[in-house]
Structures are given as structure tokens and as C-alpha cells.
Design a protein around this ligand. Sequence first.
Ligand code: SF4
Length: 380
Amino acid sequence: MKYIDEFQDPALARRLLDEIHSTVTRPWALMEVCGGQTHTIIRHGIDQLLPDQVELIHGPGCPVCVTPLEVIDKALEIASRPGVIFCSFGDMLRVPGTGRDLFRVRSEGGDVRVVYSPLDALTIARQNPDREVVFFGIGFETTAPPNAMTVHQAKRLGIPNFSLLVSHVRVPPAIEAIMQSPSCRVQGFLAAGHVCSVMGMAEYPELAARYQVPIVVTGFEPLDILEGVRRTVLQLERGEHTVENAYERAVRPEGNPAALAMLEDVFEVTDRAWRGIGVIPDSGWRLSERYREFDAEHRFSVTGITTREPAECRSGEVLQGLIKPHECEAFGTLCTPRNPLGATMVSSEGACAAYYLYRRLDLQAAPAAPTTPLEASPVG
Ligand code: SF4
């Protein structure tokens, strides 16, 4: 298959691995930012093929995992109301809130629908003018443009019964928060290629210079990951810290101008809480004043939410790369994809789910050393 098979070629993978092995002289810790990259790494055993000196630390780039519990609980509350049709991508339905999830709301009579595009939710709103239709708009810079476009369309077409429950997050402030953590061991980043295909690369040179870390924009197939690792390790061995594009087939330095213009029109930057991590300044988007009427948080006043995370769940440490999933004592016992305690076990991009899917038979739970979390305000 074009763009798949050619990036999974075993002979080329061997060559890249040989190059990495012959380049490395010292231990290096690299973080792959995106959960999609984590799944490729664990699924193909890439971390086990690298030299022992190269450690891959899994980053917080799973949109479902970092959506704060308070927002999940707000979604559950709004979806429970009579007259509301609550639309979401399927992966959010099993994410545990405080005590229940969207599947439970649906089983209790809530009208919760899975859609494949925010525009589907807009169509549902047009077909049901007497109902309030809410779309759960979560995710990184990749899902923000279509959600922005949908709100733009709702305003242009005058569809008053549509609104967006927004919890969008941005990667560069998260990289900054990781680098500022006292526990940070990351020496280089494989940046998320799909994010850069939208945003371009302009936000990264300053981060690379300030924290003296190489940042290599990387794709998602096995050869993409190996090439990202090869370039990052090469820079580290040479004492360099620049931004490189190893995903040129999808990423232009300037990004996608049409998507950027839509984001600029509809959203504004705001502080955002990340589940398990806390508030990271300027790390999210909310609807700008011009589109505030389509903001579900404004339309439905939801108050009195008291969030409660399961005490056993260490997903905050997993998301910060401080522990590996199997170092959580609940991994594979109290917490499984059927009975998840945290979102990282639910999501198709979650690190806990990746280890459960591809590694659980090889792994035994091992106690982790105590860690210091990011210095960020606690999630409310
Ligand atoms: S294994 Fe389950 S309980 Fe442990 S950190 Fe992951 S999601 Fe949380």
C-alpha cells in the first residue's frame, strides 16, 4: 500500500538500525511526543531493537488521555440532559469520568451518538432544530481545524442549536512544561508530524535553543520513527540542538495556511488543564469572543462538579514519561481495557493500552521509583 509498505521495509529498517548502533556512544533519552508514535514503537518492538543506550520515553500526545476529568464530567452532565443530542468520536465514550462514562449515560437514556466528523454533528443539528446538539471537540492541533471550520459553518448558516464543548490542547507549551519539570530526563524530541503538518515548524526553534534539545519532526510508520531517532541521536552525539523535518512528505515548514487561518478566526489561546498533569499556561484553545455563542460551556451552565480520580491510577506520571505503564501496580490487574481506571488504558493512542495490547505477556508489574510531577497547578 502506497506510503505504508515502503515505510515498513525490513531491509531499510535494518540499515537505519545499523546506523543508529554505530552512531551511539553514550546514553540518551528521547521522547516521542505523540501516542500514535508510541503505538508504532511498542507494536513493532522498535524500542527493543535500539541500542541499550537509547531510551524512548513516551510523551503526553494522546488527546483522549489528556482531556481533563472536569471536562469529561461536564460532558457527562450535558449529555444527560433531556433535549440534548451529544455527539462524539467513538473513543471518548469509554473514557472514565468520575464514576461513569458516556456509554453509561447512553444506557441511562441519554442521546449520545458516535459521529465520524464534526460536520456530521452539524447535519444532525440541522435535522433536529428542536433539540440542542453538542459536539465534543477535543484533541491537539490536528483535530482543531475541522472543529473550527464546523463552528464557522454553524455561524455562517445560522444554526443556533449547535454548540461545541471545547478542550483543545497545543503541543509546544507541553514540551516546555516537560523541560521545566525537575524530574525531566528528556534530551531530544521526536515531534508529532501530523501536528506540524497543520502548524508548521515555526514554534520549535526557540524551544530547541532555549532548552538545548534537538527536535526532529517525525512521522508514524516504523521507518519514520527510526529516521527520527537516527537524526536526533546524530545531533546529540555532535552536541547540536536544531529543528529538523524528517516527515517531509507531509510537513511544510509553514504548515497549512488555510487551517491556520481558520484556527486564528475561531479560537483564541488559553490556559488549559491536562488530565493527570494540571494546568499548563497557554496550552489550549477556546472559542473566541466572536463565536462564544457556540460554546457549550457557556450555553449550558454546569456547576457543582467534584472530580475524583482513582487513587491507584498513575496516568499523570505515564503521560509525563516519569514511569512506564507496566510500572503502575494496577496495570493488567485492576486496570485493563475492559475495566479501565484511566484514559491512557482506553484510548487507541494511550501508552497503557499500547503496553497492554503488545507487551502484557512479556511484562510483570514492577514497582517504580518515586517521582516528582510537573510543576503545574492541579487539575480542578
Ligand atoms: S495502567 Fe491503568 S491505572 Fe495504571 S496508569 Fe495506566 S490507566 Fe492508570
